[in-house]
Write a protein that binds this ligand. Structure first.
Ligand SMILES: Cc1cc2nc3c(=O)[nH]c(=O)nc-3n(C[C@H](O)[C@H](O)[C@H](O)COP(=O)(O)O)c2cc1C
Length: 389
């Protein structure tokens, strides 16, 4: 089977800073709520997603603790959790990693987040300029990987000193949980080539993603390594293209021009992230040219930092667009949609059958084959088709 014919590995997203139905508005907003995150995690575990990305940042719940809670309430779901070099020592992150992998029985995936917001980094006590943060991260992972893979590390580096560090309890996964990473600068790609298993990009148009994939492949090959690729996208899938575009318009229907301008100013002033700049360049703060390549809509990036684009359309349309990314080498999708509980159902029910994914796990027999009001799936409960009268 060619790589592009293999079903995608499909993850969802935990909106750990809050959720809602309208961007940039308090109307129908849902605050950060651990009970709600459990509902999403339990739903997506059952709906056939392989995992969830838990974001990290000052506005979010702490991701290791949230993942530990969600692991206790789910069965198979994996947790993509961020390590932020410099926020804690590599030895402490190694202990967090090992314990989370052990309590979740090997369901941990790691996401390296070096960071791009000067304000947030300063709050965490990190004052290194952009490229030097990657030099620091490189030393961090010399220690972290030594501990997590072999239980020992020693380094007298320029940034990190760890003397005869030890880790007593190994992770379940051997030699360690897989390492994912998203960073678009040259320094990021150079750093990551020697360390990561999967390179992640936000949802840029296919031609731009292809360019990055080639760059990362070349950088990894130069270090004798191979890397796989994932994409982070929102989804607005409906039964028809027209309904999907109407839903996209509705999502930003409460968004004022002032809110957009204020958000764009914060991104411009506060961020030295090349990945973020590439997202902003797609729409340049304008709401009149948001379809930046076929069915790829940049409306979310008008106010949301990070992942700012959505695939919009019917299941068939979106499946065709995903296929284009697969042909470039993407094998993993990290998806989301507003609100995250309802849209997790939509994506699983509408899109999964179109892209060869199984959908709900543990489907139980729900009828003896007689037709029910809502079809063979049996979610009509005990209501039967009326017979004659
Ligand atoms: C899929 C994906 C997920 C990310 N998750 C986070 C996150 O949770 N928190 C965060 O601060 N940055 C996150 N980032 C940002 C990157 O980790 C990185 O810090 C940023 O892009 C700056 O790097 P660059 O200048 O090399 O692009 C994410 C990036 C990608 C592609």
């Amino acid at each position: 089977m060619a790589a592009a014919d293999k079903p995608l590995d499909f993850l969802w997203f935990i909106p750990s800073s809050g959720d809602g139905a309208y961007l940039g508005s308090d109307e129908l907003a849902r605050p950060a709520d651990p009970g709600y995150f459990r509902e999403i995690a339990r739903a997506v575990d059952r709906l056939g997603y392989s995992g969830v990305l838990i974001p990290t940042g000052v506005a979010c719940e702490e991701s290791f603790i949230l993942a530990a809670d969600l692991a206790a309430h789910t069965e198979q779901l994996k947790f993509l959790v961020a390590i932020r070099p410099g926020v804690a020592s590599p030895a402490y992150y190694a202990r967090l990693t090992s314990t989370l992998d052990r309590v979740s029985n090997g369901r941990l995936l790691l996401n390296i987040v070096v960071g791009g917001s000067a304000q947030e980094l300063a709050g965490d006590g990190i004052f290194l300029p952009h490229d030097e943060r990657y030099a620091h991260a490189d030393e961090f992972f010399q220690v972290f990987n030594g501990l997590i893979e072999n239980g020992k590390a020693h380094l007298d580096g320029k940034y990190i000193q760890a003397h005869n560090a030890e880790l007593g309890l190994p992770p379940v996964q051997s030699p360690r949980p897989p390492i994912y990473f998203g960073g678009s600068s040259d320094a990021a790609i150079d750093f990551s080539a020697g360390i990561i298993d999967k390179y992640l990009t936000w949802g840029e148009p296919p031609a731009q993603v292809a360019e990055k994939v080639e760059k990362v492949k070349r950088a990894a090959a130069a270090k004798g390594r191979q890397v796989s690729f994932g994409i982070r996208l929102h989804f607005i899938v409906r039964e028809t293209d027209e309904e999907a575009w109407a839903a996209a318009d509705r999502l930003i229907s409460r968004l004022s021009d002032e809110t957009i301008a204020a958000a764009q100013e914060v991104f411009a002033k506060n961020s030295d992230s090349v990945g973020q700049a590439r997202m902003v360049a797609l729409h340049q703060g304008r709401r009149d040219k948001l379809e930046v390549s076929p069915n790829l809509w940049a409306g979310i990036g008008l106010v949301r930092s990070g992942a700012g684009t959505a695939l919009v359309g019917s299941p068939k349309t979106i499946a065709a667009r995903l296929r284009e990314y697969q042909e470039i080498g993407i094998d993993t999708v990290i998806a989301s949609g507003y609100p995250h509980l309802e849209e997790a159902y939509r994506v699983s029910e509408l899109l999964f059958p179109e892209i060869g994914l199984a959908g709900p796990r543990n489907q139980i027999r729900s009828s003896f084959g007689k037709r029910q009001v809502f079809g063979g799936g049996g979610h009509g409960g005990n209501v039967r088709v009326a017979s004659g009268s």
